[in-house]
Ligand binder design. Structure first.
Ligand code: HEC
Ligand code: HEC
Length: 167
């Protein structure tokens, strides 16, 4: 059987059903482009922003989004993600410096196309371009027990933590 090479690295593959699911999804995800979103390298950001979900690539949102998010970590999508103010300030600095509308990011601008600055989005999964890229993903895949939420990028993108979303 022609399994994608990286499949054995996926931590959630516990049974045949999960493996079959990932084959379906990966098969299609692999048809995409080869854009790279540099992953978080700062250990502090990795630790504090990568414990509940993937430490999302800073280039996936504009600086204004990160600023808006970081001033209200107490109500972070219904969770309390509050941090010591000094730690929060360091993390904000990192996210803003590496944001998609700051220099040095090659592909962030494409994901941010259509985003307006008057009300910065808090979700990557609500960016017009993200929604368009995922419009063909059927309902049952989002609801699959190995996915559950659109924010669970790694369920479908095995190399998301490395910044690759084309497989
Ligand atoms: C206590 C757990 C927790 C911590 C710590 C946490 N988050 Fe979250 N985060 C969540 C939850 C819950 C959601 C909503 C996920 C969903 O919709 O399924 C979320 C969603 C997000 C989203 C939006 C994802 C989307 O839908 O596009 C971003 C961006 C984000 N978090 C960034 C951060 C950053 C930056 C930090 C570090 C400062 C952080 N998170 C720390 C729990 C956490
Ligand atoms: C249910 C599976 C699934 C989840 C969860 C998911 N994606 Fe995707 N994603 C896909 C598929 C399938 C494609 C390919 C669409 C196509 O090629 O038409 C895709 C495409 C993409 C692309 C475009 C890739 C390219 O090179 O053109 C990006 C960027 C992306 N996803 C980012 C994310 C991020 C960030 C998250 C989490 C916040 C996420 N995805 C969650 C299935 C998923």
């Amino acid at each position: 059987m022609n399994m994608p090479r990286s499949i054995s690295l996926r931590p959630f593959i516990l049974g045949a059903a999960a493996a079959a699911f990932s084959l379906v999804v990966l098969g299609r995800a692999q048809a995409g482009g080869s854009h790279h979103f540099p992953p978080v390298v700062d250990p502090l950001v990795k630790e504090e922003c990568g414990s509940c979900h993937l430490a999302f690539a800073p280039s996936m949102l504009p600086a204004s989004s990160w600023q808006r998010m970081m001033v209200n970590l107490k109500d972070h999508f219904g969770d309390d993600a509050s941090l010591d103010p000094a730690v929060a300030a360091k993390i904000t600095d990192y996210l803003v410096t590496n944001a998609g509308d700051r220099g040095g990011q090659r592909y962030g601008d494409k994901l941010l196309r259509g985003v307006t600055s008057d009300r910065p989005p808090l979700r990557i999964t609500e960016l017009p371009k993200w929604v368009r890229e995922h419009r063909k993903v059927p309902d049952w895949e989002w609801k699959h027990k190995e996915v559950r939420t659109r924010a669970n990028c790694t369920a479908c993108h095995v190399d998301a933590a490395k910044g690759y979303y084309d497989d």
